[in-house]
Each structure stands twice: as structure tokens, then as C-alpha cells.
Design a protein around this ligand. Structure first.
Ligand SMILES: [Zn+2]
Length: 139
């Protein structure tokens, strides 16, 4: 025969008045439910940490690419970015030199175990773009 109320005591020391489950405890005080809730919380937390760490790597790489661009006088702009898993980003770079013209290019950054950076020139001088790409790949 089940009690009409939960077997647990509240923090105030009085008997919990919630409806009990088969265990005799309510859904707040039932150990199995508590363990399940705890496991879910931990899983969410681990997932969040994992994503944070992934995002961290991409942030680092983007920072290094930006620094390399600045050092060579290129403008740097993040075009697309995978906020979910922090696995890829696309960056556009641009430089204008008076009486010479515009250089433009795109870098695709993929993080999947290692770091993969592919540079593609879209406008301007190839040697100047390659000089930037070399600087980025070293960084
Ligand atoms: Zn209870």
C-alpha cells in the first residue's frame, strides 16, 4: 500500500506533500529520477564544454589569420562561421594599393582533428596573394 504523500522530508523538516511514485517518493525526491536528471545535466554540460573547446580552436586560428593579414596590410573579414561546432569558417581578405589596384581572396578554414586552410585568390596579383597565404600558413 502506497502512502498518499512522498516519504521524504523537506528542507524545513516537514513531510513532503507531493504525490509519490512507485518508489514512495515524489518526482522531486525519487533517487532514480534525481540520478537521471543529474545524468542529463552532466551530458548537457559535457556537450557544452566540448563545443566551447572546439570553438576555442577556431577562435585561435582566426586570431592568427587576422594577425597575419594585419601584419601584411590586408583587411580581414569573417564571412561565414560555424557557431554550432566551431569546425569551419570562411574569411575574405582585401588590400588596396594606390596606383596598383585591389587584391582580394578567400580563405576557407576547416578544423577537423588538424587545421586545414585553403586560400583562393579572387582578384589582383597572384604573387602578392601567395605572399599573404604563405604568411598565414606559417602562422
Ligand atoms: Zn517529495
Amino acid at each position: 500500500m502506497l502512502d498518499k504523500t512522498c516519504k521524504a522530508l523537506t528542507k524545513a523538516g516537514t513531510r513532503c506533500k507531493m504525490k509519490p511514485l512507485a518508489s514512495g517518493y515524489c518526482h522531486i525526491h525519487d533517487l532514480e529520477v534525481i540520478a537521471k536528471r543529474e545524468a542529463e545535466r552532466k551530458r548537457d554540460e559535457d556537450e557544452w564544454k566540448r563545443k566551447q573547446q572546439k570553438g576555442e580552436k577556431l577562435r585561435e586560428v582566426l586570431g592568427a589569420v587576422e594577425a597575419a593579414c594585419k601584419a601584411k596590410g590586408w583587411q580581414f573579414q569573417v564571412e561565414t562561421r560555424d557557431w554550432e561546432d566551431g569546425r569551419y569558417a570562411t574569411v575574405s581578405v582585401r588590400r588596396f594599393i594606390l596606383a596598383v589596384g585591389v587584391d582580394e581572396g578567400i580563405f576557407e578554414i576547416t578544423i577537423n582533428g588538424g587545421i586545414d586552410i585553403i586560400g583562393e585568390q579572387t582578384c589582383g596579383s597572384r604573387p602578392r596573394f601567395e605572399s599573404l597565404r604563405d604568411a598565414i600558413l606559417v602562422a
